[in-house]
Ligand binder design. Sequence first.
Ligand SMILES: C[S@@+](CC[C@H](N)C(=O)[O-])C[C@H]1O[C@@H](n2cnc3c(N)ncnc32)[C@H](O)[C@@H]1O
Length: 202
Amino acid sequence: MNSPNSKQQLFDRWAPFYDFWIPSILYQATHQRLLEYVELPEDPNVLDLSCGTGRLLNRLAAAYPSLQGTGLDFSAAMLRQARRSNRHRPRLIFVQGQAAPLRFTDRQFDAIFNTFSFLHYPEPQQVLAEICRVLRPDGTFYWVDPTTNASTGVGYSPVTPNGMRVYSPEVRQQMGTQAGMKHIRHEYLIGKNLLSMFVKVS
Ligand SMILES: C[S@@+](CC[C@H](N)C(=O)[O-])C[C@H]1O[C@@H](n2cnc3c(N)ncnc32)[C@H](O)[C@@H]1O
């Protein structure tokens, strides 16, 4: 399995080509579908955790003119691309950091987005606990990743040779609930890319 550092280097190397890579085009189409399920309060303050090149935040900022957004990622090269293509300065900012622990204060965000990234985290339950901590009560967590039909029961799904974990809908639901969130719905966006929505219990 890749170490966190080698993963970071992998994403750094990938960043200059990321937006032109075929699966990224599918990711962007999935972001567009995700917007159909997004509901935000007035003047929302949102976090895109592992934002990559910032495409989703730019899309959200265009749809919600009063939205303030923070994109966090551990790859400096991904963030360079995100800052370069930031069309909504100063409403959108991009900062470097790990998915856990998060560098934010408790209850800071109205919504948190995580797309095509959760499957890379070596400590998934710790990330969910941090998401829950920085989400305000009744705030929403939008988790989008490919899923598997195989129910893996309690615990994590097997780790692939690339250090990725694919979670079944049942396992996601269980993990979010354990972290202190209420599961709201599952929706398939494109193919096996599943949106799991949670609300932080007040
Ligand atoms: C496949 S990309 C997805 C990017 C973006 N969310 C999207 O939908 O296009 C995965 C991203 O997760 C970031 N990432 C992976 N592990 C991370 C970690 N432990 N902490 C912060 N970012 C991480 C990578 O740097 C990369 O930008």
